[in-house]
Write a protein that binds this ligand. Structure first.
Ligand SMILES: [Cu+2]
Length: 297
């Protein structure tokens, strides 16, 4: 689809990135001829082996992918109540069959594959529903506190998430009250952030700013990202970071900040002003695309 094609080109610094980034991904099991085919859509609880393939426009399993963040395929599993988040990297065989392990609890789940097929101009996120049998105990949405605690670690979230506009989110990692300044590179970044829209689990593309070894990005305590919310609402953010050899996930609930962005002008003279603002916004965003581009390498 055009929006994802735009996303792919964004890595090369096109201003069109804004449009791609503002579209939620993962809402469809098939896009641009690529389809996520799970071998089983009813699964049991506990440790489960998941097998699947991504078929291409010719109907055959795809075996050629462009790695993004060192991996050909990023697999996200989350229960529909946004609990149980898992971000794993399945292994592919020569026939295009992927295998991974997940630990599941009863309920309705959504599985996502974030991929860049070699024959496609950009990344795609495909999503599929899975049912896990058993008594479902749906969890209420955690409160938007801005702090996530995982064992000895506390991660704070600063910055505002805006609808339709790129903004910077900064996550700060502390351990036992002290800033962590020796985060370990994990998949060519000091952190990976996945954002999902509450209500439909629309998947957002989030770009890290800076990368390990670029000479300017410190290994903590702060990790920065550029994100665009496709609409006003509530989102769940999941930050994967590695320290002392272990990858941990910090989870946040975030509501978009209300902001006057290019609302329908009531008068023609205002409309022109609106266009002008929008133009500036694109230019501003393009800078960040370049920034993100460097971060990927
Ligand atoms: Cu991944």
């Amino acid at each position: 689809m055009n929006d994802h094609a735009a996303h792919g080109h964004a890595a090369h610094g096109h201003a069109a990135h804004q449009h791609g980034g503002a579209q939620a991904g993962g809402l469809s099991v098939s896009e641009s001829g690529y389809t996520l085919e799970l071998d089983a859509t009813i699964l049991g609880t506990g440790p489960q082996t998941i097998t699947f393939r991504v078929t291409g426009p010719d109907g055959r399993p795809v075996t050629e992918f462009v790695p993004e963040h060192e991996k050909e395929l990023h697999f996200i599993a989350v229960r529909r109540d946004t609990s149980g988040f898992q971000h794993v990297h399945p292994v592919r065989d020569d026939n295009g069959v992927w295998t991974t392990e997940l630990t599941l609890t009863p309920g309705d789940w959504r599985f996502f594959t974030d991929i860049h097929p070699a024959a496609h101009p950009g990344t795609l996120t495909l999503g599929a529903d899975v049912a896990v049998a058993g008594p479902y105990d749906p969890r209420p949405l955690p409160e938007a506190t801005g702090v996530a605690r995982i064992g000895d670690y506390a991660v704070t979230l600063d910055g505002e998430l805006l609808a339709g506009e790129a903004s910077e989110l900064t996550l700060t990692v502390n351990r036992d009250g002290n800033p962590v300044t020796d985060l370990e590179p994990y998949l060519a970044a000091f952190g990976h952030l996945v954002a999902l829209r509450v209500g439909d689990l629309g998947y957002l593309h989030v770009h890290p700013e800076g990368a390990p070894g670029d000479g300017v990005t410190a290994p903590g305590p702060e990790i920065s990202f550029m994100a665009v919310a496709p609409s006003a609402g509530t989102y769940r953010l999941y930050l994967d970071f590695q320290h002392d050899g272990t990858v941990r996930t910090a989870e946040f609930t975030v509501r978009t900040t209300a902001k006057a962005i290019a609302t329908a002008p009531e008068h023609a003279d205002h409309e022109q002003h609106g266009h002008h603002e929008q133009h500036e916004q694109h230019g501003h965003h393009e800078d960040h695309s370049h920034h993100a581009h460097h971060g990927h390498h």
